[in-house]
Design a protein around this ligand. Structure first.
Ligand SMILES: Nc1ncnc2c1ncn2[C@@H]1O[C@H](COP(=O)(O)OP(=O)(O)OP(=O)(O)O)[C@@H](O)[C@H]1O
Ligand SMILES: [Mg+2]
Length: 430
């Protein structure tokens, strides 16, 4: 698909423009022309009718954003990929609001640029095929429930970033449902309005149809569709598991992925979210209390005869205190670890700005981990590592071996079973 797709470049700086043109040519795209901001860009867009627009977003910022907005009006179906030396999340957000599909922070790399364009083209192609009826929408999308036996272990962080990475990197449609019956904060973390929420769907079940669910969905600048939790926890009283089942079924019929964020507690709503999922991301942090609670959660799932193959353990390092702990988590839990997310203090900085780190700081180590997680869940092989990356991996592996902690740092199953616990699953409440 990449080869010969028609691309135009909008870039004020002649040398960066030439460099981008060189990369695009090497990637096999047909560069139809290049222009600066304003009228020049609009004329080029109109005359060449490209399949992709690649735009450099630099000073003057208002002008560059205005140009994107005008080009998006002229070519509403055409994906716009931005690159910029500005990594400020609020600016990235503004760019996405005016129509940018993907945002690459300088230095621009050929491989990353190619991947962003191909993913945007694939997404647009699927959309067109759906519109023309060429492709029947998938009967039922994948439902991913992000669950954990405790609060504050990163469930919402994983749910929001996974949703964003799936939309942006695999080009699929994603609905994110906030089922946190206590402190639903997805809308706050994604900086979205919450005039309407799940509580507006407390209707007779046959009235929870596509139209009703759609009226409560908000599309974030990243492309993720969000069904927010009610602002007041008391509003959950009008919602019962049958409502949740109907909402999730409707969303799964209209989206490739439905991600369910859950509270750090257990109740009938969470139970239904577990029953409905295709994949359960059982989240834990690598400390004794969390591991102990995870053992209990695994026992609870086993007692329900919950299919073991659906359960994927995700270890999230929410604190850098965990950084050096060599915990034999696999042995403690008696189950393979599916994914590990590194500690990254930029996560809380970017969520405070209403942007998941995957969109706000795509080059950070945790963003890369979330993107790879999205690829793993989407069944897509991640891009092959370049020579420099492989060399970097080798150097950090050698460094790690040098200061490897001894076996004393390992936690045994016996030690974990002596750790303090939060209430047993039966005691968790709504
Ligand atoms: N990998 C990480 N590195 C650094 N900080 C993290 C990481 N993951 C999560 N955090 C931070 O940990 C805190 C708790 O994360 P989050 O809100 O996602 O947890 P949660 O399990 O959803 O909590 P709750 O059960 O209360 O909803 C947040 O401040 C978040 O920014
Ligand atoms: Mg949460």
């Amino acid at each position: 698909m990449a080869r010969n797709s028609k691309v135009i470049i909008i870039d004020q700086d002649p040398s960066s423009r030439a460099e981008t043109q060189r990369m695009l040519a090497l990637l096999g795209f047909a560069v139809m022309g290049a222009a600066g901001y304003g009228m020049e860009a609009m004329t080029l867009a109109r005359e060449t009718q490209p399949e992709v627009v690649v735009v450099s977003l630099e000073e003057p910022i208002a002008r560059s954003l205005q140009t994107v907005e005008s080009v998006a009006d002229i070519l509403p179906q055409v994906p716009i990929i931005a690159y910029s030396s500005i990594g400020d999340p609020s600016y990235i957000r503004r760019a996405m609001q005016v129509g940018v599909k993907d945002y690459l922070v300088a230095p621009l790399e050929e491989e990353e640029l190619g991947q962003a364009i191909n993913s945007a083209l694939a997404q647009e192609e699927r959309r067109q095929q759906r519109l023309s009826g060429e492709v029947e929408p998938q009967a039922y999308g994948t439902v991913v429930t992000v669950f954990g036996a405790k609060g504050g272990i990163g469930k919402t962080t994983i749910a929001t970033n996974l949703a964003t990475a799936l939309v942006q990197k695999t080009g699929q449609s994603v609905a994110l449902v906030d089922l946190d019956t206590r402190f639903g904060d997805v809308a706050i973390l994604m900086d979205m309005p919450t005039d309407r929420s799940i509580s507006d769907l407390a209707l007779p079940e046959d009235e929870i149809d596509r139209e009703a669910v759609q009226s409560c969905l908000y599309t974030h600048g990243t492309g993720v569709a969000i069904l927010p939790a009610p602002i007041r926890p008391s509003e959950w009283h009008s919602i019962h598991p049958g409502h949740i089942e109907k909402m999730v079924s409707v969303l799964a019929a209209t989206h490739d992925y439905v991600i369910l964020d859950t509270p750090g507690t257990f109740n009938d709503i969470v139970s239904r979210a577990l029953e409905m999922c295709t994949i359960l991301l059982l989240t834990a942090t690598p400390d004794l209390a969390s591991l102990k609670d995870t053992i209990l959660a695994l026992e609870m799932l086993r007692s329900w005869s919950f299919p073991a193959e659906k359960v994927k353990i995700v270890i999230n390092h929410t604190s850098d205190a965990h950084g050096d702990t060599r915990v034999d988590i696999r042995r403690v839990l008696g189950k393979d670890i599916f994914w590990t997310i590194p500690y990254d203090r930029s996560i809380s900085q970017t969520t405070q700005l209403g942007m998941p780190i995957v969109a706000a700081k795509p080059k950070s180590k945790s963003s890369q981990s979330f993107v790879e997680l999205a690829y793993a869940i989407g069944g897509i092989r991640s891009r092959p590592k370049g020579m420099l990356e492989r060399l970097g991996d080798r150097i950090s592996l050698l460094a790690k071996q040098d200061d490897e902690p001894g076996p004393a740092a390992e936690v045994t199953a016996e030690q974990a079973s002596e750790a303090p616990v939060t209430p047993a699953p039966e005691e968790w409440t709504r």
